[in-house]
Ligand binder design. Structure first.
Ligand code: AQP
Length: 363
């Protein structure tokens, strides 16, 4: 079986973008691959955070993995910081990665700008709502101080996550494509530079596994921006744990256009996005949705259908979540077992990488 690795940051509550772009395909392909799924908490601290919220979000994310259908008997589920090799390999790869490769990363530029805007909010005296909690007002920071080195280094940590498990495939949303390319470049450079024996390379070069539909779920408030946990406006996303009333309110108030009818059209980002979500929530194909849409008078007909389908789709997931999150011992056991299994694979790769670089090993 080919090996798969992927993860989500425990920031805020997972939303439909995380679920449709990533988690749902992990669940669907569980049987076909050997799976490692991680709650990437080391990534979560690249944004300002509240410690207690990180703890809660870590358990919540793991519980949502299970509630979405990940099965510990078929997938290794663990928390990134429980396997110290992730942080250790990151240091080795930091020293083998040119800085200008990271300077090109689009996500870094976007998130840096977002964190700087957070700084501006703080100056206004109000609290800064980070994806991991509401931070107290802080002092104004200059541009260079508004984001930490960790945010810049985020893609190297991500490369370490993947390369430690020798994963061939990484199921992610479209927004992660550039980071996956970088991971391949880092692996190739390391292998070329340090592996004397060209037949026995330290790292496998992984490929991104990106679906054709729902690879980029867009904001409910802007059809051209991706749905994101760190967007300031909660009305822009449907969180997996939103109540039926919240889901109804968000869909009712979501951005639409004034064109007659609701149909797929490249020039209508909001219509395309909501129809894509409708496909996923009902399990219908694009053609089936397009045919059904011919009978709709307009947004007024479509929005209640979308609301109903979304509530119905999320209801069993939310029910399972409620059961799992109250079973703390069960959750802890799964994460402990997962970390133990992950550690075995990761530590072997780390030793290989250290040997290749010329480190002495104890014993
Ligand atoms: N809008 C999206 N559409 C499709 N896939 C998405 N993913 C995220 N947003 C969408 C996929 O979810 C996985 C985990 O994402 P993450 O939370 O680890 O980081 P992210 O990509 O930065 O996600 P967010 O929601 O935007 O979080 P914040 O705002 O906290 O940074 C990845 O596979 C990603 O592709």
């Amino acid at each position: 079986k080919q090996r798969v690795f992927s993860g989500v940051q425990p920031t805020g509550v997972l939303h439909l973008g995380n679920y449709l772009g990533a988690i749902r395909q992990w669940v669907r392909n569980q049987e076909e691959y050997e799976n490692f799924f991680c709650v990437v908490d080391l990534h979560a601290i690249t944004a300002p955070h509240v410690p207690k919220e990180l703890t809660k979000a870590t358990y919540r994310t793991a519980a949502l993995y299970l509630a979405s259908g990940l099965d510990p008997a078929r997938s290794t589920i663990f928390v990134q910081s429980h396997v110290s090799a992730h942080a250790e390999l990151t240091w080795l790869l930091n020293c083998a990665t040119p800085m200008n490769w990271l300077e090109r990363m689009i996500q870094f530029k976007e998130k840096k700008a977002k964190q700087a805007r957070g700084g501006a909010l703080r100056v206004a005296g109000g609290p800064f709502v980070s994806p991991v909690g509401v931070l107290p007002p802080q002092e104004e920071k200059s541009d260079g101080e508004s984001c930490g080195v960790g945010l810049f280094d985020y893609p190297v940590l991500m490369a370490s996550d993947i390369l430690l498990y020798q994963a061939q495939l990484v199921p992610v949303g479209e927004d992660q494509r550039q980071h996956l390319e970088l991971t391949r470049d880092i692996a190739r450079r390391f292998n070329d530079q340090y592996c004397q024996n060209k037949q026995r390379k330290t790292f496998v070069e992984p490929k991104a596994l990106i679906q054709t539909s729902n690879a980029r779920v867009m904001s409910l408030q802007d059809g051209k921006a991706k749905m994101s946990k760190s967007a300031e406006n909660d009305m822009s996303r449907i969180n997996l744990l939103d109540t039926p009333d919240e889901i109804a309110r968000k869909i009712k108030r979501c951005k639409t256009d004034s064109v007659k009818g609701v149909m797929y059209d490249e020039a209508r980002p909001e219509a395309n996005n909501l129809l894509g979500i409708y496909e996923a929530m009902t399990g219908m194909s694009r053609d089936e949705v397009a045919r059904e849409a011919e009978g709709w008078a307009g947004w007024g007909t479509f929005k209640p259908l979308l609301t109903e389908a979304t509530i119905a789709h999320l209801e069993p997931l939310q029910q399972r979540y409620k059961e799992i999150i109250t079973e703390q011992d069960y959750l802890t056991k799964i994460l402990n077992d997962g970390a133990e299994a992950a550690e075995k694979v990761a530590s072997r790769t780390l030793i290989d990488a250290k040997r290749a670089m010329g480190f002495t090993l104890p014993g």
